[in-house]
Design a protein around this ligand. Structure first.
Ligand code: ZN
Length: 478
């Protein structure tokens, strides 16, 4: 038992120090290691397996909606990055530059992509000629680099993995429809696969993507009451089309600029997964994206027949779930802890006594509930149980978010609420960036989004007291 205890003692309680809890879990669950260059990370097999499941789900949905995957270069010439003014201004502070090729200094600096709008813009200008070429719907899975001063695994790293969609359309309506459609896909994957409820809406002018007409976002709430931007979709208008001269000949034979979108979801979402569902025993991974959905732990596996039965059980279950078996020589207690640390949704215990009774024990990772199930019923029960856990995690996260969402009608209330119930604050806003900046300065909370589902919680702006225009969700954020 002493050995088992030690395993979990390495995780700091989240109530004591949430940031340390996060770091401990990321390390103990074997998701990542730190890279040698500060701010970089090595995604280990288990971390990558989770990311792959998220990626596959998104990729399937992108393809279902007509998108093709492509791959563009890592490098962008400085002159090309300069073409769209808002864009370069937004990204300049965090760009990494290549200045030398071998010993030779380059005539022009080359930027390591922080995002690829300009590369796609340059390509589209050369490859789009007529309305018949539209829409052009591309996506790429890649890494990007944004030089960060303070970094944390998944949440903020100098290099991260993501997908970036880049599309061109003949009309504003088509492009805006696409912008909303892709946000819808992010919402679907977050809520129905990652079991993370999201608030969807529009970013304010101050918080929108550099170079976009507007940015749509989904925002989720972490266990500590901080928000995390979980995916964004931008309507770029014709700004890049003008800067890069991306035009097509319409049906009347007139030259028209294309309307563009871009949208991205990154490995930051792994941070959300950890901080929404995790507990003091480690990760809790929703069944639909769990690399292993059920772990069979044989009890007294040295006894004759136990391992054989356990392997039979795995074969019996492999068509209905991703099942693994831990037949290592560690103690069962150790195996329990390890499977809990990794957030594996269900543990299946099977020992000589169970075999005698033709039963197994199913243990839920999220609630710790145990149940005895007859061997001939395991298949049907496990399928149902995985769905129950999936739904249970979503419901729990939603209840937490509801509990941590408050209303404020003036600055006093705003500050007090943020102190007492850290989470989302719903408050009315006049639309003036000065108020948004003042709120950030005085409370460190930022505007997360102007939700699509509007309500009126007051008539006046929470900051200046003038007439309110719309409801905004505010929070401290990662
Ligand atoms: Zn105001």
């Amino acid at each position: 038992m002493g050995k088992n205890k030690q395993f979990v003692e390495k995780v700091t309680a989240m109530e004591d120090d949430f940031a340390q809890w996060y770091t401990d879990v990321v390390k103990q669950a074997e998701l990542v290691d730190y890279g040698t260059v500060r701010g970089t990370m090595i995604i280990k097999p288990y971390g990558f397996a989770i990311w792959e499941n998220i990626r596959d789900e998104l990729d399937r949905k992108f393809k279902e909606t007509g998108h093709s995957n492509v791959y563009f270069p890592l490098f962008i010439p400085e002159s090309m990055l300069q073409k769209e003014k808002d864009h370069i201004e937004g990204f300049a502070p965090e760009v990494a530059w290549v200045t030398h090729g071998g010993e030779e200094e380059l005539a022009e600096r080359i930027c390591v992509r922080p995002t690829s709008e300009v590369l796609f813009g340059d390509y589209y200008a050369k490859n789009i000629h007529s309305y018949r070429d539209l829409p052009m719907l591309y996506n790429q899975w890649s890494n990007v680099v944004r030089w960060e001063k303070t970094t944390r695994p998944f949440l903020r790293t100098s290099e991260f993995l993501w997908q970036e969609g880049h599309t061109c359309h003949a009309t504003m309506e088509d492009a805006q429809e696409e912008t909303a459609r892709m946000l819808g896909i992010y919402t679907d994957v977050c809520e129905n696969y990652l079991a993370i409820p999201v608030i969807s809406g529009r970013k304010t002018e101050k918080e929108k993507f550099a170079g976009a007409d507007y940015t749509l976002t989904i925002e989720s709430l972490m266990h500590d009451g901080k928000a995390l931007q979980s995916g964004t979709s931008h309507y770029l208008g014709t700004g890049f089309a003008e800067a890069f001269d991306i035009r097509y000949l319409d049906k009347e034979g007139k030259q028209q600029p294309v309307h563009q979108t871009s949208w991205g979801l990154s490995t930051r979402i792994m941070g959300a997964l950890i901080m929404v569902h995790g507990d003091n025993r480690g990760l809790v991974i929703p069944p639909r994206i769990a690399p292993t959905q059920a772990m069979i732990v044989p009890i007294a596996q040295h006894k004759e027949g136990v391992l054989d039965k356990a392997y039979d059980l795995r074969d019996q279950l492999k068509n209905i779930a991703r099942v693994a078996i831990d037949a290592s020589d560690k103690t069962p207690g150790w195996k329990f802890n390890e499977s809990e640390m990794k957030g594996i949704p269900v543990r299946i215990e099977m020992g000589p006594k169970d075999i005698e009774k033709d039963q197994v024990v199913l243990v839920r990772r999220d609630t710790g509930e145990k149940e005895f199930v007859a061997l001939h019923e395991v298949e049907s029960r496990l399928s149902v149980l995985l769905e129950e856990i999936q739904q249970g995690l979503y419901d729990k996260a939603l209840a937490h978010r509801t509990e941590k969402t408050s209303v404020a009608t003036n600055m006093e209330e705003f500050k007090q609420t943020l102190e007492q119930t850290p989470g989302f604050i719903k408050a009315m806003w006049c639309g003036d960036t000065a108020c948004e900046e003042k709120i950030k300065e005085e409370t460190t909370a930022t505007s997360r989004c102007i939700p699509f589902e509007q309500e009126t919680v007051a008539d006046t702006c929470v900051c200046c007291g003038k007439e309110a225009k719309e409801l905004v969700y505010w929070a401290k954020a990662y």
